[in-house]
Design a protein around this ligand. Structure first.
Ligand code: NAD
Length: 366
């Protein structure tokens, strides 16, 4: 794909191979490089470009700076029949995430439920990937996430950053072959990555997504990143403003509780204060609850869940001719479309990834 052509789409397999080659050249073992590429691409396929391959340059810098570590595994800090506290040792979230989820799956299958407190994981990307992994094992799951050292979001009524974008995710498994229900969103009005995409000339974020220090609301990515160069890695420490939580005091309260559950209860740490105001390493904390429906409602849980989802979808649309979607449906549709037609990438995103690849001696696909 030409570096400055934003009309092209790149086939999913080609993109995955390219991203894997970059991480392998950056020092990751082949299997880890493949996992990172797989999960970044998974976010693009779901339509969440903010958490997709656009992260590659930033991840490589973090690796080079020692802020994320290749080749890590989890350390079990506390362990019981239905709970565990796990430390990710600042390993790649794409390696640590599946290990933590599999720990929860194992315990929930045996006991009916499990609570897994994960701390010090490298960026775990799109949280829906973890709920999907649990759903593939037949489990419902609930995830509360924070970002230690990643203050970006002002609390309701404030202008100073106190929270990170703290996503919440709930997954409900589908019947064999049927789609699952997946609620997965940041508690900020927009995820930071959506501002990142907008800063590269992509889809604008809604007015009022950010607030300047004087209390004026804005859609200007400079509030988060400071004055913008045309391309290259963005640094959210450079902006003087803050993201705003969704839903006034409700979203702000949910973000607050993510700090309590994913930051304090896991022992990982809250989003701030950042010592000396100078950013170092960021890491994700995640409190996850896994539930085996068979041990609660019994056999027909999935059928009843599907019947209710169909009832919700049957609500008459606000706009005639449009339809009501259920959580997870937009992502499933986008995945099908992008697997068929390729993943669209903005010119600046592609140029930044190619620059990273070049710096590591990796050739871009033709
Ligand atoms: P979003 O605002 O796009 O909301 C997505 C959710 O809303 C999905 O569950 C989707 O199915 C549902 N949805 C969307 N349109 C719908 C419609 N018309 N009808 C019904 N449901 C609909 O998501 P976001 O806040 O931009 O978050 C994007 C991603 O960023 C998420 O995957 C999240 O996990 C991730 N994230 C990660 C971190 C981290 O630290 N790792 C931080 C923040 C966000």
């Amino acid at each position: 794909m030409p570096e400055h052509d934003d009309t092209h789409r790149i086939p999913a397999d080609t993109l995955r191979g390219f991203i894997a080659a970059i991480f392998a050249a950056a020092g990751c073992a082949e299997d880890e490089a493949g996992r990172i590429a797989h999960y970044l691409l998974s976010a693009n396929l779901a339509g969440h470009d903010s958490h997709g391959v656009i992260r590659t340059p930033r991840y490589v810098i973090w690796l080079q700076e020692g802020k994320v570590r290749a080749g890590q595994t989890i350390t079990v800090v506390n362990d019981g029949p239905v709970h565990a506290t796990l430390d990710g040792n600042y390993g790649f979230g794409q390696t640590i995430g599946p290990l933590a989820v599999d720990c929860g799956i194992g315990k929930a299958r045996a006991a009916g439920l499990a609570v897994i407190a994960l701390r010090h994981s490298g960026h775990i990307g799109r949280i829906g990937d973890w709920a999907e992994r649990a759903a593939e094992a037949g489990l419902a799951s609930i995830h509360f996430v924070n970002v230690e050292g990643g203050e970006l979001v002002a609390p309701f009524g404030g202008v100073d950053r106190r929270f990170s974008t703290n996503p919440v995710c709930i997954g409900i498994p589908g019947e064999a072959g049927a789609p699952m229900l997946l609620l997965d969103f940041a508690t900020s009005l927009v995820a930071e990555g959506k501002v990142l995409v907008a800063s590269n000339g992509g889809k604008k974020v809604p007015e009022g997504s950010m607030v300047w220090p004087d209390g004026r609301f804005t859609d200007d990515p400079a509030a988060l990143y400071g004055p913008l160069a045309r391309s290259g890695p963005r640094d959210s420490a450079q902006g003087e403003g803050a993201l705003v939580a969704f839903g006034l005091h409700k979203g702000s309260g949910l973000a607050f509780m993510c700090e309590m559950l994913a930051g304090v209860l896991t022992g990982g740490g809250t989003s701030g204060p950042i010592p000396g105001g100078k950013r170092g390493r960021i890491s994700n904390g995640m409190l996850s609850i896994y539930l085996d429906p068979q041990k609660f409602a019994g056999g027909d849980f999935q059928a009843r869940a599907r019947a209710y989802a169909e009832y919700v979808k049957a609500s008459r649309p606000v706009v005639p001719g449009q339809e009501v979607l259920v959580p997870g449906e937009p992502e499933a549709r986008m995945r099908a479309e992008r697997l068929t037609h390729g993943v669209p990438l903005q010119a600046q995103t592609w140029a930044a990834i190619c620059a990273t690849a070049r710096s590591l001696g990796v050739a871009a696909p033709g």
